[in-house]
Design a protein around this ligand. Structure first.
Ligand code: SF4
Ligand code: SF4
Length: 56
C-alpha cells in the first residue's frame, strides 16, 4: 500500500527531498511515487504543503 500523489500536487519538489528512499520523482503532470520503492513512512505527506501524497 504505497503512497500516491494526487492531482493537488503543485510540483514544488519538497517531498522528493525528504523521502528517505528516493522513491519520488518529477512525472509528466506532477510528482510521482515509485510504489516498488516506497516504504510508507509518511514523510512526504508531512512535508507537502497541499497534502497531496496519501496512502493508496
Ligand atoms: Fe518516500 Fe515515505 Fe513518501 Fe513513501 S511514504 S514516498 S518512502 S517519503
Ligand atoms: Fe507535489 Fe506536495 Fe511533493 Fe510538492 S511536496 S512536489 S506539492 S506532492
Amino acid at each position: 500500500m504505497a503512497y500516491v500523489i494526487s492531482d493537488e500536487c503543485i510540483s514544488c519538489g519538497a517531498c522528493a527531498a525528504e523521502c528517505p528512499v528516493s522513491a519520488i520523482s518529477e512525472g509528466d503532470a506532477h510528482y510521482e511515487i515509485n510504489p516498488d520503492v516506497c516504504i510508507e513512512c509518511g514523510a512526504c505527506n508531512s512535508t507537502c504543503p497541499v497534502g497531496a501524497p496519501n496512502p493508496q
